[in-house]
Design a binder for this molecule. Structure first.
Ligand code: ATP
Ligand code: MG
Length: 740
């Protein structure tokens, strides 16, 4: 019944045409374990899709007998489309294609009873997880002020990533975290989840592993062994231990597992991925066929050599060199610009020029290291009417924390803005829950007044609980004070003060969720961006117009997304902005993981460059406005690592042709006109991180607006300063420069 490979070679099916020899081997080696270990753009994903089509075409397997794992939902979608394309457009039904989580959830629903759940179990989101653990901590006498529940949850998540149930967690693992009680908390947490018929994301795989490993459930494992004749995994370098264990259990039946990956593209170590999984594939799956692909079909040779120049600095690589028939192509454009705004302007200009040459916007991407970077590009693109989409997250001004911050500012300018006020009434948590809001609205309706005025009225009566009343009075007081500052205070500075005094910043600082630092960065970027506008009302007007002006209907659009999100994708032209020390490589990543962190950042650079088919543009700014102060940025070390022959360095900063930038001194390089213009705003500020400078009473400082002064008092981040010309003022520390 099965065609033999040689018979097929005689009349080769159309989908095998055009594949090179090792690719074809990978598609046609259906029996036994196969690992395709190869660099970017060599057709690994294409091998997987073709293999799927091949299995179906040759009737080797029904769709339901194939398990195919992709890394993201987007990749799942693409694979569906590609395979159905290869199958003459007919949709393929009934197969097990999806992400690890989605596939494991589907399985667990069928066997939930084996781990004490019923099949309609709820999947908790991270907020619920934290709430549940917090209750458990209270009951077990662990101080949740000292041990943040979110941090405890991430320990538990990491254990789950490693496939560890509570009994397998030894006391040593947790040390004296939570007074040595973390393993106990984990155990109780798992028990509570069962009691409420719920599981968290980590449980989806963990429970399945538990079920499949238990000899008592041999029938279940047998069933899956029978079912899944073929298993395929894309981006194998980013699997964690739990994912790996799950795969290995399932593959033990037919042993037909095909994984594809690239050790140089492992970029999820921070989420528990183990690049070691790919390196020990041969040991785990004895008799494996290892296939290397070296021809790249995506990029020009200049792009490949540039990417190679960077990645070759990493230690412990398997090492591979790629070549392409696409010719040398254009050199990588490396561009130094004065600041972030100039960078965005340059990128937009280049994109427009590409468009004029016939480049479709769909083939253009801006790939950023950190989410906050998108703002400057979005602003510029909107201004020019250049259609774009932010993939993998909301647009800058639509992000939750930005909307919250804007809501505060809207209420200051416009107290009757009920929607804005309601949004932040209990953010951060102040004990103003739904009941209070209902009471306020009911009063407002019956008196025909807005929320703000209702608060004014009701705080004069005894209708509210004393605690609620006090809280509301304080809030009114705050808003009154902030409003009184609008005329006299710099609006960006006021915004910083509002976010500080309201406790909103603090809320995110205390938040231990992995996305919290990104949200803080966004808030700081918001404040930086405000400085480009004259006043608070003008800025709010701008945002309103931007938000309204988002016609996303049809048509072509450029893509803005993070480097992490771009894995596996490709674009004709790729812009890689913000290549500056601290931003990329990310300081946080290096601080937390040292050399390992730096190497992961370098792999991210490799992923970024290799997304480009024809053109890659790398840029860095000499100055970044960070939360009110200008920071002199140093070009990324990755720029130094780009081979000279493949790059064309152009700089507005006097760097042209040097190619080496780390010895660069910022002073004197800027074109004169620009320098003067910015200098008047910055007064030659030194590098200053948000918390980097230590202020003391008596320090002499400089403030953009108020000039020279002396600190006379310190209240948290607020400094009382006696200014020589403008008298005593209270300002945020991040807005003043300490003088020696
Ligand atoms: P990454 O490591 O970035 O995930 P990859 O190895 O999965 O890359 P693919 O995305 O499968 O690479 O392929 C890169 C590009 O090369 C795609 O546009 C694909 O269609 C094309 N390609 C792959 N193999 C061939 C081939 N034999 N002939 C022509 N084009 C090919
Ligand atoms: Mg791929």
């Amino acid at each position: 019944m099965h065609d033999s490979i040689s018979a097929m070679a005689a009349a080769q099916p159309f989908y095998l045409e055009g594949l090179n020899d090792p690719q074809r081997e990978a598609v046609q080696t259906l029996d036994g374990p196969v690992l395709v270990l190869a660099g970017a753009g060599t057709g690994k994903t294409r091998v997987l899709t073709t293999r799927l089509a091949h299995l179906l075409h040759t009737s080797r397997a029904y769709p339901s007998q194939i398990l195919a794992v992709t890394f993201t939902n987007k990749a799942t979608q693409e694979m569906k489309e590609r395979v159905s394309g290869l199958m003459g457009g007919q949709p393929v039904e009934g197969w097990w294609l999806g992400t690890f989580h989605s596939l494991a959830a589907r399985m667990l629903r069928r066997h939930a009873d084996l781990v004490g759940l019923s099949s309609n179990f709820t999947i908790l989101d991270p907020d619920d997880q934290v709430r549940l653990l917090k209750q458990i901590m209270e009951v077990n006498g662990v101080d949740h002020k000292k041990w943040a529940p979110k941090a405890m949850i991430s320990f538990i998540d990491r254990w789950k990533d490693r496939g560890l149930n509570p009994p397998q967690v030894s006391g040593d693992e947790a040390g004296d975290i939570a007074g040595g009680k973390l393993p106990l908390l984990y155990e109780v947490y798992q028990r509570r989840l069962r009691e409420i018929n719920a599981c968290d994301f980590g449980d989806l795989l963990l429970h399945m592993i538990t079920i499949l490993k238990d000899p008592a459930n041999k029938h279940v494992l047998d069933e899956y062994h029978n079912r899944f004749r073929y298993i395929m995994v894309d981006e194998y370098q980013d699997t964690n231990v739990a994912q790996y264990l799950w795969l290995r259990l399932l593959a033990q039946g037919h042993n037909n597992i095909c994984c594809v990956g690239d050790d140089d593209q492992s970029i999820y170590g921070w989420r528990g991925a183990e690049v070691g999984n790919i390196l020990k594939f041969e040991k785990d799956f004895p008799g494996a066929t290892i296939i290397r692909l070296e021809q790249n079909y995506r990029s020009t040779n200049n792009i490949l050599k540039a990417a190679h120049g960077v990645i070759s600095r990493n230690d412990g690589r398997l090492g591979k060199e790629l070549w392409s028939e696409a010719g040398e192509g254009d050199k990588i454009q490396v561009r130094g610009l004065w600041d972030g705004e100039a960078e965005a302007r340059w990128v937009a200009e280049e994109i427009e020029q590409l468009q004029r040459k016939g480049q479709s916007l769909n083939g253009v991407a801006v790939l950023v290291r950190a989410g906050f970077q998108t703002r400057e590009f979005e602003e510029r693109f909107i201004k020019l009417g250049l259609p774009y989409k932010v993939i993998g997250g909301p647009r800058f001004y639509e992000r939750m924390e930005i909307r919250d911050a804007l809501a505060y500012l809207r209420v200051i300018v416009q107290p009757a803005d009920d929607l804005a006020l309601e949004r932040i009434l209990n953010k951060p948590k102040r004990g103003l829950g739904d009941t209070t809001v209902q009471t306020l609205y009911a009063y407002g309706r019956s008196h025909g007044i807005n929320l703000y005025d209702s608060i004014m009225d009701l705080t004069q009566t005894d209708e509210l609980r004393p605690k609620v009343k006090t809280t509301l009075m304080k809030l009114l007081d705050d808003f009154g004070r902030w409003r009184s500052l609008v005329e006299t205070m710099d609006h960006a500075e006021l915004a910083a003060q509002v976010l500080d005094e309201s406790g909103y910043m603090q809320m995110w600082k205390e938040d231990k969720a992995p996305e919290a630092p990104g949200r803080l960065e966004n808030l700081k970027e918001l404040i930086s961006g405000m400085q480009e506008y004259e006043s608070l009302p003008e800025f709010l007007e701008h945002v309103a117009l931007v938000l309204e002006n988002q016609d996303q209907s049809g048509g072509e659009f450029a893509t803005i997304m993070t480097l992490h999100g771009a894995k596996g994708l490709e674009f004709d032209c790729v812009f890689l902005p913000g290549w500056e020390e601290g931003l990329f490589p990310s300081q946080r990543s290096m601080d937390e993981n040292g050399l390992k962190g730096l190497e992961e950042e370098r792999r991210l650079a490799y992923v970024g460059i290799t997304r480009a088919k024809r053109r890659a543009y790398i840029s860095f700014a000499a100055n970044r406005r960070m939360y009110g102060s200008w920071v002199n940025a140093i070009p990324s070390r990755f720029i130094d690592e780009l081979p000279k022959e493949q790059t064309e360095v152009q700089s507005d900063l006097g760097l042209a042709g040097s190619g080496r930038s780390s010895h660069w001194d910022s002073s004197g390089f800027a074109p004169k006109a620009q320098k003067r213009q910015v200098a008047s705003q910055t007064h030659d500020r030194k590098v200053m991180s948000e918390s980097g400078t230590v202020f003391q009473r008596g320090d002499r400082v400089f403030h953009d607006k108020f000039g020279y002064g002396k600190i006379i008092n310190i209240d948290g981040h607020k400094l009382d300063i006696a200014f020589e010309k403008s008298g005593q003022k209270r300002v945020m520390d991040s807005f003043v420069e300490k003088l020696d």
